[in-house]
Design a protein around this ligand. Structure first.
Ligand code: SF4
Ligand code: FES
Length: 260
């Protein structure tokens, strides 16, 4: 396959970026999208040019690192897969492909296609955990969990924190990510004690990081590689209402909230 790539190149978040055009020849339809970028980078290196910086780790749909906007769609044209699982046979010979980083204020560009998603880490630090020791695996398994709840918890736990939901949302909302992480714990008995404080704190941190509000547009769920349902957002909103009725205030410290 021969392809024309229009790739966003940007030195860092302080300098303006621009699209640069590259020709990608000798691309096998069986290559993954990231392998195609490897080939392009190898040619750039051989020509003495700076390779394109892009993020990846597992390359098998698990880590959530491969954050690319491909032809305007987070993770590209195929549903329910990450960029690293996308094959070049999804494109036609001669195609022009536009490749951009996630675009959201709380995801500042580090370089080219690489963005800083540590705002997600701070949302988890604000409450996305259970602050008790549940012991070893056999101890944890002594607490019975109804099968339907275990299934729903597992579905929500499938979120890999890739950030595609934010990149796709016109509001730049992180609500699907926050809702998945909150729902995962709220379906389990161990997650009940901190359930409402968790919801309030994680949403407060989301706001402090500069993510937008959810207005139920649904682009998040449409691009999510793990098909996280918007039902999780409804569940989180219900937990926020219960928290308000209980008079639960956020305990997040605003001074510690923003990225340095
Ligand atoms: S909810 Fe889906 S799109 Fe959003 S971070 Fe999790 S896996 Fe990625
Ligand atoms: S590189 Fe890990 S999910 Fe794509």
């Amino acid at each position: 396959m021969k392809l024309t790539l229009k790739v966003w190149r940007q030195k860092n978040s302080k300098t303006p970026g621009e699209f640069k055009t590259y020709q990608a020849d000798h691309i096998s339809p069986d290559m993954s999208f990231l392998e195609m970028l490897d080939v392009v980078n190898q040619e750039l290196i051989l020509r003495g040019e700076e390779p394109i910086a892009f993020d990846h780790d597992c390359r098998e749909g698990i880590c959530g690192m491969c954050s690319l906007m491909i032809n305007g769609v987070a993770h590209g044209p195929k549903a329910a897969i990450t960029t690293c699982q996308l094959h070049m046979r999804s494109f036609k010979d001669g195609d022009t492909i536009t490749i951009e980083p996630w675009r959201a204020l709380p995801f500042p560009i580090i370089k080219d296609l690489v963005v800083d998603r540590s705002s997600f880490d701070r949302i988890i630090q604000a409450g996305g955990y259970i602050s008790v020791s549940t012991g070893s695996a056999p101890d944890a398994n002594t607490i019975p969990v109804p099968k339907p709840d275990a299934d729903k918890a597992m579905d929500a736990a499938a979120c890999i924190g890739c950030g595609a939901c934010v990149a796709a949302c016109p509001n730049g909302s992180a609500m699907l990510f926050v809702a998945a992480k909150a729902a995962h714990l709220s379906f389990l008995p161990q997650g009940q004690a901190e359930r409402y404080q968790r919801a309030v704190n994680m949403v407060m941190q989301q706001d402090l990081e500069g993510f937008g509000n959810c207005t139920n547009i649904g682009e998040c769920s449409a691009v999510c590689p793990k098909e996280i349902s918007m039902d999780t957002i409804a569940r989180l909103n219900r937990d926020l209402i219960v928290a308000a009725l209980k008079g639960i205030e956020p305990t997040v410290q605003p001074a510690a909230a923003k990225a340095s």
